[in-house]
Design a protein around this ligand. Structure first.
Ligand SMILES: [Mg+2]
Length: 173
């Protein structure tokens, strides 16, 4: 499926949802691209998982903000790759630094930068421990085992709506 076809399908999936996240946050390694960027050279030309370009274009067009939360120790390589892929300017926040915590620091920073509450965020990552700790903050967090694709997007938006309904119900109690 080409980028345009993926984007069309992603737009259709997003269009079916009543409630949408305000911000979608992505990990980098093995979530947006199929490698650890610390093992690469800046001179190489990186590639994304096949659905990624179409999905981020669709989210952007629907007015949903995008951000990155990566524990990569080589932020310079990550930034060079985002630049080479022509997607760097699409992200409102890029938190790329190694840490002892499982991305809770990254999300605190994203929250202070954007002012968006945790329960209005949707997050994709390929590591269970990050999913676990970030979901405890109130962020809908989706585990991906083969990178971000249309299936993961659909699952993420469905989970997000479920969590949002639970929040509303609790408010009414
Ligand atoms: Mg990763």
């Amino acid at each position: 499926m080409g980028d345009e076809k993926v984007k069309e399908e992603a737009m259709r999936i997003i269009g079916m949802c009543q409630v949408l996240p305000r911000l979608v946050v992505f990990d980098l390694d093995y979530t947006l691209w199929p490698f650890y960027c610390e093992c690469r050279s800046k001179r190489q030309m990186p590639s994304l998982y096949p659905h990624v370009k179409g999905i981020i274009a669709a989210l952007k067009e629907k007015g949903i903000d995008l951000a990155i939360a990566s524990r990569s120790p080589t932020a310079d390589i990550a930034n060079t790759f985002l630049d080479k892929l022509n997607i760097k300017s699409l992200f409102v926040a890029k938190e790329i630094f190694s840490s002892w915590t499982h991305k809770t620091d990254h999300f605190q920073r994203i929250h202070s930068r954007t002012g968006i509450p945790f329960n209005s965020m949707l997050f994709f990552d390929d590591e269970d421990r990050n999913i676990e700790s970030v979901s405890k903050m109130g962020v809908t967090s989706i585990y991906v085992d083969d990178g971000v694709n249309l299936g993961a997007l659909r699952q993420g938006l469905t989970e997000f709506a479920k969590n949002q309904n639970a929040v509303e119900k609790n408010k009414q109690k």
